[in-house]
Design a binder for this molecule. Structure first.
Ligand SMILES: Cc1cc2nc3c(=O)[nH]c(=O)nc-3n(C[C@H](O)[C@H](O)[C@H](O)COP(=O)(O)OP(=O)(O)OC[C@H]3O[C@@H](n4cnc5c(N)ncnc54)[C@H](O)[C@@H]3O)c2cc1C
Length: 268
């Protein structure tokens, strides 16, 4: 299949991008790396007539750090993160996740913002960045707002973005020196989307965040995650079943196994 007719515009800055999207309304779409959008357009699952490419907007490129807060431009690619664009401990954590997304050709083009906006529940950044406590900086023609990722992610392929809005950046706090991290995903083959994801940040200085992902819904941030550290498989099954009651026994076992391993790793 080939995409339907569309116009392409490469935005030079955030204001130009949001103005172009506002003009296009529901017929417009932002484009990051095109790694999810273009296949969807080729299959006619998405049929925007105006594409607004945000991949070269300077304010959305690259990473900066100030007073313990790391800002990752939405157009930063998975490959840039894999190659060390994010500094410090957070950078080590994120480089490991990026390196396991698809394969290098996809990572060269795919962006953090595109992954978060697309909100495929089986994708890596929606779960990993939720566990890392990311905040999403949204820009629109009328100004900006910042949301916790748990507010931004509303469901499978569903986020809190209006048609004229874009993700400008993600902001994260640098984990403390004693923080422990684990990210576990189950895929049938390397490079495939995950069938089960568990992510745990256990930071004595900043709290514990436990996430179960690759569900039929947005990744779930478990309540009272700290109490689960070191939990056995039965407790993990119960914790997963509480946030994903529709899972069959196979899915429940896969998710519980990933969760148990991640919780055991931060407890070790
Ligand atoms: C073969 C293959 C394997 C893959 N495997 C994995 C995997 O294992 N794990 C994984 O996590 N991902 C995987 N992906 C997805 C990949 O990570 C994509 O890069 C990502 O999902 C989308 O990023 P993008 O920048 O290409 O976004 P696009 O394809 O350009 O856009 C996707 C959606 O996000 C919107 N969008 C893009 N940027 C913005 C923005 N800044 N603000 C607002 N909306 C925006 C678009 O309008 C569109 O709706 C795979 C993709 C392919 C093709």
């Amino acid at each position: 299949m080939k995409a339907g007719d569309f116009s392409y515009r490469r935005a030079g800055d955030v204001a130009e991008a949001t103005a172009a999207l506002a003009e296009a309304g529901w017929d417009g779409k932002a484009m990051g790396g095109g790694q999810s959008l273009m296949p969807m357009m080729n299959l006619r699952l998405a049929q925007p007539t105006q594409l607004v490419d945000v991949s070269a907007v300077p304010a959305m490129r690259g990473v900066s750090a100030d007073a313990g807060v790391v800002r990752i431009g939405a157009a930063t690619t998975h490959a840039e993160i894999e190659d060390g664009a994010v500094p410090g401990r957070l950078g080590q954590i994120m480089a490991g996740i990026a390196a396991d997304i698809a394969y290098r050709a996809v990572r060269n083009r795919g962006t953090v913002g595109g992954s978060l906006a697309h909100a495929d529940p089986a994708a890596d950044w929606p779960s990993a960045l939720l566990a890392l406590g990311a905040r999403i900086v949204v820009a629109g023609p009328a100004g900006g707002r910042t949301l916790a990722l748990e507010e931004f992610q509303q469901g499978a392929f569903w986020v809190a973005l209006e048609p004229e809005e874009i993700i400008e950046a993600a902001e994260l706090d640098e984990p403390g020196p004693a923080a422990r991290w684990s990210y576990r995903k189950y895929c049938r083959k390397p490079g495939e989307f995950a069938e089960a994801i568990a992510a745990v940040l256990h930071d004595p200085g900043g709290g514990t965040r436990v996430v179960v992902g690759a569900l039929d819904a947005a990744p779930a941030l478990l309540a009272d995650g700290a109490a689960l550290i070191g939990a056995d498989l039965e407790r993990c099954r119960a914790a997963v079943a509480a946030v994903a009651p529709g899972l069959d026994d196979y899915g429940l076992q896969l998710h519980a196994a990933m969760l148990r391993r991640a919780l055991a790793e931060v407890a070790a």
